[in-house]
Design a protein around this ligand. Structure first.
Ligand code: GLU
Length: 293
């Protein structure tokens, strides 16, 4: 049996906090305990928020924590053509359509619908896309694109779901709703998700499944906030004929008030803890992991 392959996949849009340290150390410990490999992937497709100085700080903080990964780091911004190809493959099967509304316009459309009944929300609480642009004709689409209008490429969820059929993933730890074992994917809960934008040829969902497959990742260990995103990942893996890793969604660390840690939470920032004299073994203890062997 080849060794299991783990990955830690931070986005360089801020400095790491204790929650990232927990996730990274957990991946490292699990890889070590199973004789597996650990890869580092920089998820930097959002050019407006990602910065090289954050990437450098992430690499520095991870090394300081004592985490070792295989030398070749994959940076998503180096592989945009690959994602573009995948979008084209989905589009060639009629599974993708351009939607031209801005976020504010979508909010207005949803508000208008909500005057009669509540409009469905996705697992993150955002209203589902109302599907208005699906009704545009090929000429209207071509004309809008020709006029330079910005757009998002959305997955036609109904068509994709019909093609893919029932989907499951193997979950190795308890999810937020207590699932373990085989979990039934519910990608329809997300509606017509964005899989690329005019200026960015991929979304998180698309890039993550392509990279996990290309890097041979067999075990995805990440925060429980991404538990239900796995539904979309299983769908895209099936449509693109990619293998499915197993998943282990770990609980999120919370601050004293019970809030999810964020990149702006100074007190739990690794940089701040380091500057205050904290040691890697203290960080391990703070996130509830045993001392390293
Ligand atoms: N880049 C994502 C984040 O920093 C993690 C993606 C994943 O682990 O699938 O939240």
């Amino acid at each position: 049996m080849p060794p299991p392959v783990f990955r830690f996949a931070p986005s360089p849009n801020g400095f790491l906090h204790l929650g990232h340290a927990y996730s990274a150390l957990l991946n490292f410990d699990l890889a070590r305990a199973s004789g597996g490999r650990l890869l580092l992937r920089i998820e930097d497709i959002d050019a407006t928020r990602c910065r090289p100085e954050y990437e450098a700080a992430i690499v520095d903080d991870l090394a300081w924590l004592g985490i070792a990964w295989e030398p070749e780091v994959r940076r998503q911004s180096d592989h945009l053509d690959l994602y573009r190809d995948a979008v084209e493959r989905l589009a060639a099967r009629g599974l993708v359509y351009p939607a031209f509304e801005s976020r504010a316009e979508i909010a207005r459309l949803v508000a208008a619908k909500e005057t009669t009944a509540p409009w469905p929300r996705d697992p993150d609480g955002a209203p589902l896309y109302p599907g208005s642009a699906k009704l545009l004709s090929a000429e209207q689409r071509a004309q809008l694109i020709g006029s330079g209008a910005p757009y998002a490429l959305r997955l036609d969820m109904e068509a994709a779901r019909a093609l893919a059929g029932e989907l499951f993933w193997r979950e190795l730890s308890l999810g937020p709703d207590g699932e373990a074992g085989m979990v039934a994917a519910r990608p329809e809960a997300w509606g017509d998700v964005v899989i690329a934008r005019k200026e960015t040829p991929t979304s998180y969902h698309l890039a993550v499944v392509i990279d996990d497959a290309l890097q041979g990742v067999t075990e995805v260990v990440r925060g429980a906030d991404l538990f239900w995103s796995t539904s979309v990942h299983r769908l895209l893996q099936t449509l693109l004929d990619l293998p499915a890793p197993v998943y282990r969604h770990h609980p999120l660390l919370r601050d004293a008030e019970g809030r999810k840690l964020s990149k702006s939470t100074g007190a739990t920032g690794l940089r701040e803890l380091r500057a205050a004299g904290g040691t890697p073994s203290e960080i391990r203890a703070m996130v509830g992991l045993a001392a390293s062997a």
